[in-house]
Ligand binder design. Structure first.
Ligand code: ATP
Length: 273
Protein backbone atom coordinates (compact mmCIF):
# COMPACT_ATOMS: atom_id res chain seq x y z
CA UNK A 1 0.00 0.00 0.00
CA UNK A 2 1.36 3.36 -0.96
CA UNK A 3 0.88 6.47 1.11
CA UNK A 4 1.30 8.58 -1.99
CA UNK A 5 -1.91 10.16 -3.18
CA UNK A 6 -2.97 10.64 -6.75
CA UNK A 7 -2.20 14.13 -7.96
CA UNK A 8 -5.27 16.04 -9.04
CA UNK A 9 -5.10 17.59 -12.50
CA UNK A 10 -6.95 20.79 -13.28
CA UNK A 11 -6.50 24.15 -14.90
CA UNK A 12 -6.52 26.59 -11.95
CA UNK A 13 -8.66 29.71 -11.98
CA UNK A 14 -6.18 32.28 -10.63
CA UNK A 15 -5.83 35.29 -12.94
CA UNK A 16 -2.83 37.62 -13.21
CA UNK A 17 -5.07 40.34 -11.75
CA UNK A 18 -5.58 38.32 -8.58
CA UNK A 19 -1.92 38.86 -7.77
CA UNK A 20 -0.96 42.37 -6.68
CA UNK A 21 2.37 43.82 -7.86
CA UNK A 22 5.04 41.37 -9.03
CA UNK A 23 4.94 42.77 -12.57
CA UNK A 24 8.46 41.80 -13.58
CA UNK A 25 7.98 38.35 -12.04
CA UNK A 26 4.78 37.84 -14.04
CA UNK A 27 6.58 38.91 -17.20
CA UNK A 28 9.50 36.55 -16.53
CA UNK A 29 7.07 33.68 -15.97
CA UNK A 30 5.23 34.37 -19.19
CA UNK A 31 8.51 34.34 -21.08
CA UNK A 32 9.68 31.15 -19.41
CA UNK A 33 6.44 29.18 -19.45
CA UNK A 34 3.75 30.65 -21.65
CA UNK A 35 5.79 31.63 -24.68
CA UNK A 36 7.53 28.30 -25.15
CA UNK A 37 4.19 26.51 -25.11
CA UNK A 38 2.69 28.93 -27.58
CA UNK A 39 5.65 29.38 -29.84
CA UNK A 40 7.59 26.20 -29.55
CA UNK A 41 8.21 25.75 -33.24
CA UNK A 42 9.11 29.36 -33.79
CA UNK A 43 11.58 29.24 -30.91
CA UNK A 44 13.17 26.06 -32.26
CA UNK A 45 13.45 27.66 -35.70
CA UNK A 46 15.35 30.59 -34.23
CA UNK A 47 17.47 28.33 -32.10
CA UNK A 48 16.10 29.86 -28.91
CA UNK A 49 16.51 27.56 -25.96
CA UNK A 50 13.25 26.43 -24.45
CA UNK A 51 13.51 26.35 -20.67
CA UNK A 52 12.44 23.01 -19.19
CA UNK A 53 12.70 23.83 -15.53
CA UNK A 54 11.87 27.13 -13.87
CA UNK A 55 12.60 27.82 -10.21
CA UNK A 56 10.73 30.42 -8.17
CA UNK A 57 12.59 31.42 -5.03
CA UNK A 58 11.90 33.92 -2.29
CA UNK A 59 10.47 34.31 1.21
CA UNK A 60 7.29 32.47 2.28
CA UNK A 61 3.87 33.96 1.66
CA UNK A 62 4.94 36.05 -1.34
CA UNK A 63 2.75 34.42 -3.98
CA UNK A 64 4.95 31.70 -5.50
CA UNK A 65 2.04 29.24 -5.45
CA UNK A 66 -0.38 31.88 -6.75
CA UNK A 67 2.00 32.75 -9.59
CA UNK A 68 2.39 29.10 -10.58
CA UNK A 69 -1.39 28.72 -10.68
CA UNK A 70 -1.84 31.97 -12.59
CA UNK A 71 0.59 31.06 -15.34
CA UNK A 72 -1.15 27.69 -15.77
CA UNK A 73 -4.54 29.33 -15.76
CA UNK A 74 -3.68 32.15 -18.16
CA UNK A 75 -1.89 29.84 -20.61
CA UNK A 76 -4.58 27.14 -20.27
CA UNK A 77 -2.11 24.48 -19.12
CA UNK A 78 -3.02 21.49 -16.99
CA UNK A 79 -1.56 21.88 -13.52
CA UNK A 80 -0.15 19.02 -11.47
CA UNK A 81 0.90 20.27 -8.04
CA UNK A 82 2.83 18.28 -5.50
CA UNK A 83 4.94 19.09 -2.44
CA UNK A 84 8.33 17.49 -2.86
CA UNK A 85 8.04 15.92 0.58
CA UNK A 86 4.86 14.10 -0.45
CA UNK A 87 6.85 12.14 -3.00
CA UNK A 88 9.12 10.69 -0.37
CA UNK A 89 8.04 7.25 0.71
CA UNK A 90 9.86 4.94 3.03
CA UNK A 91 8.86 1.99 0.89
CA UNK A 92 11.64 0.96 -1.46
CA UNK A 93 10.81 1.93 -5.02
CA UNK A 94 7.59 3.80 -4.18
CA UNK A 95 9.13 7.26 -4.49
CA UNK A 96 10.61 6.49 -7.90
CA UNK A 97 7.26 5.14 -9.02
CA UNK A 98 5.54 8.28 -7.81
CA UNK A 99 7.91 10.52 -9.78
CA UNK A 100 7.66 8.38 -12.91
CA UNK A 101 3.86 8.38 -12.56
CA UNK A 102 3.77 12.15 -12.12
CA UNK A 103 5.77 12.76 -15.30
CA UNK A 104 3.77 10.17 -17.23
CA UNK A 105 0.54 11.92 -16.29
CA UNK A 106 2.02 15.31 -17.18
CA UNK A 107 2.99 14.02 -20.62
CA UNK A 108 -0.41 12.42 -21.10
CA UNK A 109 -2.19 15.67 -20.23
CA UNK A 110 0.21 18.04 -22.04
CA UNK A 111 0.37 20.93 -22.43
CA UNK A 112 0.92 20.87 -18.71
CA UNK A 113 2.89 22.19 -15.77
CA UNK A 114 4.30 20.15 -12.93
CA UNK A 115 4.53 22.36 -9.83
CA UNK A 116 7.00 21.00 -7.26
CA UNK A 117 6.61 23.03 -4.08
CA UNK A 118 9.28 23.01 -1.35
CA UNK A 119 11.81 21.47 -3.71
CA UNK A 120 14.58 22.11 -1.16
CA UNK A 121 13.24 18.93 0.49
CA UNK A 122 15.00 16.96 -2.25
CA UNK A 123 18.70 16.77 -1.60
CA UNK A 124 21.21 14.06 -2.29
CA UNK A 125 22.66 12.01 0.55
CA UNK A 126 25.87 14.02 0.62
CA UNK A 127 24.22 15.14 3.82
CA UNK A 128 25.51 12.50 6.26
CA UNK A 129 22.34 12.63 8.35
CA UNK A 130 20.47 11.34 5.33
CA UNK A 131 22.75 8.38 4.62
CA UNK A 132 21.13 5.06 5.36
CA UNK A 133 24.23 3.38 6.69
CA UNK A 134 23.15 0.01 5.29
CA UNK A 135 25.00 0.53 2.04
CA UNK A 136 21.89 1.54 0.07
CA UNK A 137 21.30 5.08 -1.05
CA UNK A 138 18.89 7.39 0.79
CA UNK A 139 15.33 7.89 -0.40
CA UNK A 140 16.03 11.51 -1.10
CA UNK A 141 19.02 10.81 -3.30
CA UNK A 142 17.17 8.20 -5.35
CA UNK A 143 14.25 10.58 -5.71
CA UNK A 144 16.51 13.40 -6.82
CA UNK A 145 18.22 11.28 -9.44
CA UNK A 146 14.87 10.01 -10.72
CA UNK A 147 13.67 13.60 -11.01
CA UNK A 148 16.79 14.61 -12.92
CA UNK A 149 16.41 11.62 -15.26
CA UNK A 150 12.79 12.54 -15.97
CA UNK A 151 13.75 16.16 -16.61
CA UNK A 152 16.57 15.18 -18.93
CA UNK A 153 14.06 12.98 -20.76
CA UNK A 154 11.78 15.97 -21.32
CA UNK A 155 14.31 17.67 -23.57
CA UNK A 156 13.09 17.81 -27.16
CA UNK A 157 9.68 16.63 -26.12
CA UNK A 158 7.16 19.44 -26.02
CA UNK A 159 4.44 20.31 -23.72
CA UNK A 160 5.62 19.77 -20.15
CA UNK A 161 7.17 22.51 -18.04
CA UNK A 162 8.51 21.82 -14.58
CA UNK A 163 8.04 24.70 -12.18
CA UNK A 164 9.51 24.45 -8.70
CA UNK A 165 9.42 26.71 -5.65
CA UNK A 166 11.59 27.14 -2.59
CA UNK A 167 12.02 29.46 0.39
CA UNK A 168 15.52 28.12 0.88
CA UNK A 169 17.53 28.35 -2.35
CA UNK A 170 20.73 27.91 -0.33
CA UNK A 171 19.59 24.37 0.53
CA UNK A 172 19.13 23.23 -3.07
CA UNK A 173 21.19 20.42 -4.44
CA UNK A 174 23.48 21.96 -7.10
CA UNK A 175 22.60 19.10 -9.47
CA UNK A 176 19.15 20.69 -9.82
CA UNK A 177 20.61 23.89 -11.23
CA UNK A 178 22.65 22.45 -14.11
CA UNK A 179 21.76 23.44 -17.68
CA UNK A 180 18.67 21.67 -18.98
CA UNK A 181 17.25 21.34 -15.48
CA UNK A 182 16.16 24.30 -13.36
CA UNK A 183 18.10 26.75 -15.47
CA UNK A 184 15.67 29.65 -15.25
CA UNK A 185 15.65 31.21 -11.78
CA UNK A 186 13.03 33.79 -10.87
CA UNK A 187 13.23 35.75 -7.64
CA UNK A 188 9.90 36.47 -5.95
CA UNK A 189 10.75 39.17 -3.39
CA UNK A 190 8.88 40.71 -0.49
CA UNK A 191 6.53 43.33 -1.94
CA UNK A 192 7.72 46.95 -2.04
CA UNK A 193 5.38 49.80 -1.18
CA UNK A 194 3.70 50.00 -4.59
CA UNK A 195 3.23 46.23 -4.66
CA UNK A 196 1.71 46.38 -1.16
CA UNK A 197 -0.83 48.95 -2.38
CA UNK A 198 -1.82 46.58 -5.19
CA UNK A 199 -1.93 43.52 -2.95
CA UNK A 200 -4.09 45.37 -0.40
CA UNK A 201 -6.45 46.43 -3.18
CA UNK A 202 -6.77 42.79 -4.29
CA UNK A 203 -7.36 41.64 -0.72
CA UNK A 204 -9.86 44.46 -0.10
CA UNK A 205 -11.96 43.72 -3.19
CA UNK A 206 -14.70 42.10 -1.19
CA UNK A 207 -14.33 44.28 1.89
CA UNK A 208 -16.73 47.24 2.26
CA UNK A 209 -14.61 50.11 3.55
CA UNK A 210 -15.38 53.34 5.36
CA UNK A 211 -14.30 56.56 3.62
CA UNK A 212 -11.42 57.09 6.01
CA UNK A 213 -9.50 53.98 4.85
CA UNK A 214 -6.24 55.12 3.29
CA UNK A 215 -4.69 52.23 1.37
CA UNK A 216 -1.53 54.21 0.54
CA UNK A 217 -0.95 54.87 4.23
CA UNK A 218 -1.56 51.22 5.08
CA UNK A 219 1.05 50.27 2.49
CA UNK A 220 3.53 52.68 4.08
CA UNK A 221 2.86 51.20 7.50
CA UNK A 222 3.34 47.60 6.36
CA UNK A 223 6.98 47.65 5.25
CA UNK A 224 8.36 44.11 5.52
CA UNK A 225 4.95 42.42 5.34
CA UNK A 226 4.49 39.55 2.87
CA UNK A 227 1.38 39.14 0.72
CA UNK A 228 0.15 36.51 3.16
CA UNK A 229 0.73 38.95 6.07
CA UNK A 230 -1.28 41.63 4.25
CA UNK A 231 -4.12 39.14 3.74
CA UNK A 232 -4.01 38.50 7.49
CA UNK A 233 -4.17 42.25 8.21
CA UNK A 234 -7.31 42.60 6.10
CA UNK A 235 -8.87 39.59 7.80
CA UNK A 236 -8.07 40.91 11.30
CA UNK A 237 -9.42 44.36 10.43
CA UNK A 238 -12.74 42.77 9.47
CA UNK A 239 -12.80 40.84 12.72
CA UNK A 240 -11.98 43.99 14.70
CA UNK A 241 -14.94 45.75 13.10
CA UNK A 242 -17.24 42.90 14.08
CA UNK A 243 -15.84 42.78 17.56
CA UNK A 244 -16.67 46.45 17.99
CA UNK A 245 -20.14 46.05 16.57
CA UNK A 246 -21.65 42.79 15.34
CA UNK A 247 -23.84 44.79 13.00
CA UNK A 248 -20.87 46.66 11.44
CA UNK A 249 -21.19 47.14 7.69
CA UNK A 250 -17.88 48.81 6.97
CA UNK A 251 -14.31 48.41 8.04
CA UNK A 252 -12.70 51.68 9.13
CA UNK A 253 -9.12 52.87 9.47
CA UNK A 254 -9.13 52.32 13.24
CA UNK A 255 -9.82 48.63 12.65
CA UNK A 256 -6.77 48.41 10.41
CA UNK A 257 -4.79 50.11 13.18
CA UNK A 258 -5.81 47.33 15.57
CA UNK A 259 -5.02 44.69 12.95
CA UNK A 260 -1.50 46.09 12.51
CA UNK A 261 -0.88 45.64 16.22
CA UNK A 262 -1.88 41.99 15.95
CA UNK A 263 -0.21 41.01 12.68
CA UNK A 264 3.53 41.49 12.54
CA UNK A 265 5.72 40.72 9.50
CA UNK A 266 6.32 36.97 9.45
CA UNK A 267 9.55 37.06 7.45
CA UNK A 268 12.60 37.88 9.49
CA UNK A 269 15.66 39.06 7.64
CA UNK A 270 17.21 36.27 5.61
CA UNK A 271 20.56 36.79 3.93
CA UNK A 272 19.67 34.36 1.13
CA UNK A 273 16.44 35.96 0.01
P1 ATP B 1 4.89 29.58 0.80
O1 ATP B 1 6.32 29.71 0.42
O2 ATP B 1 4.59 29.81 2.25
O3 ATP B 1 4.19 28.37 0.20
P2 ATP B 1 3.99 31.25 -1.34
O4 ATP B 1 5.10 32.16 -1.72
O5 ATP B 1 3.71 30.08 -2.20
O6 ATP B 1 4.17 30.85 0.16
P3 ATP B 1 1.23 31.86 -1.65
O7 ATP B 1 0.78 30.56 -1.07
O8 ATP B 1 1.10 32.03 -3.11
O9 ATP B 1 2.71 32.16 -1.22
O10 ATP B 1 0.51 33.08 -0.92
C1 ATP B 1 -0.16 32.92 0.30
C2 ATP B 1 -1.40 33.81 0.34
O11 ATP B 1 -1.00 35.18 0.51
C3 ATP B 1 -2.21 33.80 -0.93
O12 ATP B 1 -3.17 32.79 -0.93
C4 ATP B 1 -2.82 35.19 -0.97
O13 ATP B 1 -3.99 35.24 -0.16
C5 ATP B 1 -1.78 36.04 -0.29
N1 ATP B 1 -0.89 36.70 -1.24
C6 ATP B 1 0.47 36.55 -1.31
N2 ATP B 1 0.98 37.33 -2.26
C7 ATP B 1 -0.04 37.99 -2.83
C8 ATP B 1 -0.14 38.95 -3.89
N3 ATP B 1 0.95 39.38 -4.56
N4 ATP B 1 -1.35 39.42 -4.21
C9 ATP B 1 -2.46 38.99 -3.56
N5 ATP B 1 -2.44 38.10 -2.57
C10 ATP B 1 -1.25 37.60 -2.18
Amino acid sequence: PSGLREVAIEIPSVRWDDIGGMHSVKQALREAVEWPHKAQRAMARLGAQVPRGVLLFGPPGCSKTLLAKAVASEARLNFLAVKAGELVSKYVGESEKAIAGLFARARATAPSIIFLDEIDGLVGSRDPAEATGGGGTGVSERLLSQLLTEMDGLLDRGGVTVLAATNRPDCLDPALLRPGRFDRLIHVPLPDKDARVEILRVQLRRCPMADDVDVELLAVRTAGYSGADLAAVVREAGLAALEEDLGAERVAMRHFGLALLLVQPSVTHSPHL
